[in-house]
Design a protein around this ligand. Sequence first.
Ligand SMILES: Nc1ncnc2c1ncn2[C@@H]1O[C@H](COP(=O)(O)OP(=O)(O)OP(=O)(O)O)[C@@H](O)[C@H]1O
Ligand SMILES: [Mg+2]
Length: 240
Amino acid sequence: MSAYYREESALATEVRRIISKLKIANEERGVKVVMVTSSGLGEGKSTVATYLAIAYSKYRNTKTVIVDFDLRRPRVHSIFELEKKNGVAEILKGKVPVKACLRDVQYPNLQVVTCGRRAKECTSEVLNSPRVQDFFSELRFYHDLIIVDAPPVIPVSDPLMLGSEIDGSLFVIKAGKTQKPVIKRAIQLLRDARVDILGLILNNVHHALPYYYDYDFYKYEYYDYREKKKSKSKNSADGT
Ligand SMILES: Nc1ncnc2c1ncn2[C@@H]1O[C@H](COP(=O)(O)OP(=O)(O)OP(=O)(O)O)[C@@H](O)[C@H]1O
Ligand SMILES: [Mg+2]
């Protein structure tokens, strides 16, 4: 995990931009439960959700939790090197209370709820039970922001079922891979389920548009001109 989140990476930079927008949505519109989804598999949902949760928890000490609601292809537990056990599956089956599933990690204001054991066996009956609502109500009580790592929209209907529990969704698009008609269809499905789409996140930009994150681009952006002035006057004093 220590090597997973890199403060200086292009993704962390993008995520910090999204966070300032999320903070405004949080303060002005009470947006607290944010789902991260995409149209298909492997587009970067878990990565983006994790980066968002870590960065948000660091932002003015905001109490944040990331929930692994991708019960078919869970990943958050492995990112944080936690056991799956005692997570969403146990909570929704009524086996373990929510509080016992809130795991502390190395970031002081961040907690994690893993997918739980045998999460794949959660039926649609379990996912539709009133326990889902109770689970999110309790998380809202303890945390300022709840990030939900959800499955993709096209192959499964789970993210659409969460529609009434979440305040909005971020939609991840893999640059150079996700196709336009597929994005349109996924967005339509979310809209039909009355999910408020808070924003689109273009992932994989580094590979699809490498020049955009070129080192020189940032070097130019953050060039400290006062340093330049100082060395110029020093050079003229030296006669160089
Ligand atoms: N911005 C990024 N920079 C580097 N690697 C990335 C980035 N986004 C995703 N990856 C890598 O791509 C792979 C898929 O990412 P991830 O697991 O986050 O996608 P996902 O949409 O959650 O997949 P799934 O549909 O299986 O849940 C992982 O190996 C991840 O480390
Ligand atoms: Mg995932």
